[in-house]
Design a binder for this molecule. Structure first.
Ligand code: BJW
Ligand code: ZN
Length: 247
């Protein structure tokens, strides 16, 4: 449906989302781009400048934890002022209308929660959570700046970011919730992800029964399978679908 005027696509998506009974959304870094959070890949992607295999792996952390923490410290600082955009707000609003809706996000920035989403699986973890590499102690979502090499308040072990790195499995409970919802969904919205990182990139394959809607300014490996393909920034697309603010 490339080339269809945006307003027509909005009507189509309004109709599909109204009608859906068990909708699921999968989001990626692109949903936060209009909030000022850098994406990973692409022109302004984080990894144009930093090599992921040097920073987002358990091996990198074992080799040089200070370097990895420096990168995460920089990202925490950079992302802290970000606020939800209309795409995050639309998803939070939609959740309140659809009791069976589930939002699966690959994002670690916390913006979906800030927008009000609660039926949410943060499948790659959360940038604001830190975990002890020795005793497993985990903090809540805490935004205070951290020292260069943060230590566990319980056992003095080294703390690490509460995110999922390459080569690490997705926590079993998060994965099970995501798989179960995708397998039984009737509408799958895939928003702002390059759809190349597994296992999330494989989730749409589990939903041959669902209508697939993709919202992304650029094509992805998923695009040929999408029933509706919206080539637009997510915030710009979803903004007009939000109900008018009261008063
Ligand atoms: C807009 C927009 C706007 C712009 N509006 N859109 C070979 C084949 C298959 C798999 C593998 C393989 N080799 C290795 C693997 C496995 C690996 C993997 O998939 N690698 C691929 C890259 C090949 N996966 C893993 O390792 C995963 N674990 C695993 O497989 O475990 C198995 C296991 C089992 C048992 C024991 C042990 C292991 C874990 C993956 C973890 C990914 N982690 C990261 C970092 C998180 C922490 C952090 O942030 O620091 O997660 S990587 C990074 O990529 C991050 C993201 O969540 C993830 C996905 O990126 P995303 O969100 O799609 O962002 P971008 O930048 O790629 O795309 C943005 C998109 O937005 C673009 O399309 C733009 O066009 C669009 N956009 N503006 C809408 N305004
Ligand atoms: Zn500890």
């Amino acid at each position: 449906m490339t080339g269809t005027p945006l307003e027509e696509l909005r009507e189509k998506v309004r109709e599909l989302t109204d009608r859906a009974r068990r909708p699921v959304a999968i989001t990626g870094a692109g949903v936060s781009a209009e909030s000022g959070v850098p994406t990973f890949r692409g022109e302004d992607g984080l990894w144009k400048r930093f090599r992921p295999e040097e920073l987002a792996t358990p091996e990198a952390f074992a080799r040089d934890p200070a370097l990895v923490w420096e990168w995460y410290g920089w990202r925490r600082e950079r992302i802290a002022p970000a606020r939800p955009n209309p795409a995050h707000r639309w998803l939070a609003w939609y959740e309140r209308r659809k009791p069976e809706f589930l939002l699966i996000t690959q994002n670690v920035d916390g913006l979906h929660r800030m927008a009000g989403s609660r039926r949410l699986v943060e499948i790659h973890g959360n940038l604001w959570v830190v975990r002890c590499t020795r005793c497993g102690f985990e903090t809540e979502d805490r935004r205070a700046p951290l020292p260069g090499l943060p230590r566990c308040p319980r056992c003095q072990g080294l703390l690490r970011p509460g995110v999922v790195w390459f080569g690490e499995p997705i926590p079993a409970e998060a994965m099970a919730r995501a798989v179960e919802a995708v397998q039984r969904c009737d509408l799958l919205l895939v928003i702002g992800t390059s759809a190349v990182v597994y296992p999330v990139a494989g989730l749409p394959d589990l939903a041959p029964q669902a209508t697939l809607v993709e919202v992304n300014p650029a094509p992805t490996p998923l695009t040929p399978r999408a029933h509706v393909s919206v080539r637009a920034p997510a915030g710009e697309f979803f903004g007009p679908l939000l109900p008018e603010a009261p008063g």
